[in-house]
Ligand binder design. Structure first.
Ligand code: DX5
Ligand code: ZN
Length: 216
């Protein structure tokens, strides 16, 4: 099974964004994880289109954009134009999730859906076929550097069983409190993609952390 790592730019040094983008370009990381927060869906505001566009112009790897915003339908096309390759919306923010995911695919992006820690994976039973990636939040979204919620392992195992039973290739991504102490157990439970913010950017040796997170 493929092990992908998507460092979260929320933990990068915004005064040295070029340096941090180059670090990811030159590392074994697979994607750039970009957290978009609107101050409504989550109690924090991050960054918007100008920053996404600038990262896109320098990134040599796909952009994995995680929308923590209400009513994401309003902005799907703009995120595509800004450079998103993977676009993930929250289950809790979408009244018509089927329509939203179909629209993301129609715009030429891969469609992701994210679940907050309290949302059971079973709610995806009737939408998995339309989903390229499921992002399981392993902290309450809004901030980097929080503690990993242990119940995530059970959610990963249950989701892995649902995906395998239907012979789908939907990727499972975990985001929040991921570091070198839990990466291996997450892969064993069935995760494909690890997001890591603080573990990568607050480290003295981010290349080495990325290598360990990839299981290399
Ligand atoms: C939290 C974000 C995460 C965050 C992860 O709401 O979705 O992507 O940046 O940061 P760490 O890895 O530090 O928990
Ligand atoms: Zn995220």
């Amino acid at each position: 099974m493929n092990h992908l790592v998507s460092p979260s730019m929320l933990s990068a040094d915004f005064a040295n964004l070029f340096r941090d983008i180059e670090m990811i370009n030159n590392s074994k990381a697979d994607w750039f994880h970009l957290d978009i927060m609107d101050g409504v869906f989550v109690p924090n505001i991050s960054f918007g289109f100008p920053v996404v566009e600038r990262i896109k112009s320098l990134a040599q790897k796909p952009l994995d954009v995680h929308l923590m915003i209400v009513d994401p339908d309003r902005y799907l096309e703009r995120f595509r134009d800004a450079g998103a390759d993977w676009l993930t919306v929250h289950y809790e923010a979408c009244t018509h999730l089927h329509r939203t995911l179909s629209q993301i695919r129609k715009l030429g992006m891969k469609a992701g859906v994210s679940l907050n820690p309290h949302t059971p994976v079973e709610v995806l039973a009737d939408i998995l076929e339309e989903t390229d990636l499921v992002l399981l939040m392993s902290v309450n979204p809004g901030f980097g550097g929080q503690k990993f919620i242990q119940n995530t392992y059970s959610k990963v195992e249950r989701l892995r069983a649902m995906i395998d039973a239907r012979k789908l290739d939907t990727l499972i991504q975990v985001d929040g409190g991921v570091d070198t102490s839990n990466a291996d157990q997450l892969y064993k439970a069935g995760v494909n993609v690890l997001v890591a913010g603080n573990a990568v950017f607050k480290s003295q040796n981010p290349h080495e952390i990325i290598r360990i997170l990839k299981g290399l």
